[in-house]
Design a protein around this ligand. Structure first.
Ligand code: FES
Length: 103
């Protein structure tokens, strides 16, 4: 699935990059945020609370911390202000995550 809008009027996407989303290889484009990738792949929820309730992008500018995901094993990463890059591993987050590896 790719929910990206079609390009018109001479607009171009950045170069394609390959990364994984929940362990599945996906294509994104340089300049896109992780939140954009999630939307493009049909996921409005970036994480789930410990009660299983979905959460997603709310402010879209790094303030509310509702869009947390796990990036390259680092939990609590804001999807709306994190840009995709080649080889990145993104997972939607379940419940709370420790603030530190030993936490
Ligand atoms: S949507 Fe608010 S911090 Fe990402």
């Amino acid at each position: 699935m790719d929910a990206r809008l079609p390009l018109h009027g001479g607009l171009e996407r950045g170069p394609a990059v390959t990364l994984t989303l929940d362990g599945r290889p996906v294509t994104a484009y340089e300049g896109e945020s992780v939140a954009t990738l999630l939307y493009a792949e049909g996921h409005l929820a970036t994480r789930f609370t410990r009660n299983g309730e979905p959460r997603g992008v709310y402010c879209g500018m790094g303030v509310c911390f509702d869009c947390l995901v796990v990036v390259d094993g680092i939990p609590n990463t804001r999807a709306c202000v994190t840009w995709v890059r080649e080889g990145m591993a993104v997972s939607r987050q379940d419940g709370f995550a420790p603030l530190r590896e030993d936490g």
